[in-house]
Ligand binder design. Structure first.
Ligand SMILES: C[S@@+](CC[C@H](N)C(=O)[O-])C[C@H]1O[C@@H](n2cnc3c(N)ncnc32)[C@H](O)[C@@H]1O
Length: 404
């Protein structure tokens, strides 16, 4: 395996923006891939995967390279050299690699992987929190699973096609997929591919959505013709799935506090041919009060720590702060109280997060059910999905019913 100069330089520049300027890895990767039109798929794969790996393993590699934040360009070269040596690349005779201590890198790696926070490359506080919430064994398994590269997973848009037809369309494009039985709308790519460039995507035949996330809309038990309120709709991954399960019949009210996310949802809905969605921005309590006792189904896809989706967002390991998690838990408690009032008596509600922390999940539901208003609800069922058990994102979903 050879290292190509222009590809490696792109990686170094990208990593400096992510490590030091706090830019989001996905945005930086997208920008990097536009740099040179002559790059083939192997080159693009090298750039994208190397950047993600250097983000995912930042703490481990920096510790081996013996460099500290803020990283200079030379430091990033040293970190890159660690990555390359551990991946089995033969270092070229570039000046940046002149003093690379090959044996020391391997020796330090063997030492450091005995300590979980280095082995899994996470901040001290995250390691302590994971142990406190899940216990040593489960946390060790979970964080290891979340450090694996995520598969590309599609959700078929049944408003426009079927899973079998989509499978065949992709096959014609030499994109091979697997149809997992337990996830009726999912197609898993056998090999990574840029599916956004396909006509099938442009025509709205599918969306990219993790398999665990695809369980949420189905869990809400919707039927065509119902009135459903998606209270934290964001850019609408689950709203679009709801529209598809409801066969475009009935009404979905998609709400969020951010207009920018709703704009993305509108674009996606148009592409998907989803016409039963009404859009509302939440501005104070009025927007919610108007809907009290109006919905057959309510989805609260709550803002959360994202500690179930590190596979997909490895830079969250470095961006997330313990105080943010404390603050977001208060928001979760509040949205459960406020948005549950939208439900008609007898109606059903799902509270979901993409976190694996019990304090954001079952403990929030427990607290809600023990509150004055929560006493009007019963818990029908909940699902705790760990990456280490499913192979997909970590998720939580609870299905509750408002008493008649
Ligand atoms: C987990 S994300 C939603 C993802 C989205 N449902 C999907 O499937 O693509 C949580 C969303 O909650 C929104 N949010 C944050 N605080 C909120 C609040 N108080 N009320 C409603 N939405 C809120 C965020 O803007 C974010 O879009």
């Amino acid at each position: 395996m050879r290292l190509h100069r222009n590809l490696v330089f792109t990686v170094i520049d990208s990593i400096l923006s992510i490590y030091n300027e706090g830019e989001y890895a996905d945005k930086v990767v997208a920008r990097a891939l536009k740099k040179d039109k002559r790059w083939g798929s192997t080159d693009r794969k090298f750039v994208a995967e190397t950047i993600y790996e250097m983000v995912r393993w930042k703490r481990l590699y920096a510790e081996i390279a013996e460099v500290k934040e803020p990283y200079t360009r030379d430091d990033v070269w040293r970190i890159f050299a660690v990555w390359a040596v551990l991946r089995g690349y033969k270092l070229p005779d570039w000046k940046y690699f002149e003093e690379t201590p090959l044996r020391r890198i391997k020796g330090r790696f063997d030492e450091l992987i005995k300590i979980r926070k280095f082995k899994e490359s996470i901040p001290d506080w995250m390691d302590e929190l994971g142990v406190k919430e899940l216990g040593e064994e489960k946390w060790s398994q979970e964080i290891a699973a979340q450090n694996q590269q995520a598969s590309v997973i599609l959700r078929v848009n049944t408003l426009k096609t079927t899973r079998q037809k989509l499978y065949a369309i992709l096959m014609d494009l030499e994109i091979e997929t697997i149809l997992p039985e337990e996830y009726p709308d999912a197609l898993i790519l056998k090999e990574r591919a840029n599916v956004f460039l396909t006509d099938a995507f442009k025509e709205g035949l599918f969306e990219v959505q993790d398999a665990s996330s695809q369980l949420v809309a189905r869990f809400l038990d919707v039927e065509p013709g119902m009135r459903v309120v998606d209270t934290c709709a964001g850019a609408g991954g689950k709203t679009l799935h709801l529209a598809s399960l409801m066969e475009n019949k009935g009404q979905i009210i998609a709400m969020d506090i951010y207009e920018s996310k709703q704009k993305q949802l509108k674009i996606r809905a148009k592409r998907n041919g989803a016409f039963n969605i009404e859009y509302r921005i939440i501005e104070g309590t009025k927007s919610i009060k108007k809907l009290h006792e109006k919905a057959d189904r309510v989805l609260i896809d709550a803002p959360c720590s994202g500690l179930g989706v590190l596979k997909r967002n490895p830079d969250s390991k470095w961006k997330l702060q313990p105080q943010f998690i404390e603050d977001i838990k208060k928001v979760q408690e509040q949205v459960l109280q406020d948005y549950s009032k939208i439900l008609k008596p007898g109606g059903k509600m799902v509270y979901a997060t993409c976190s694996i922390l019990p304090s954001e999940n079952e403990k929030q539901i427990e607290k809600f059910l023990n509150s004055e208003f929560g006493a009007n609800f019963t818990l029908i069922e909940d699902r705790k999905i760990l990456s280490s058990e499913s192979g997909f994102d970590g998720f939580y979903m609870a299905l509750l019913q408002r008493k008649k």
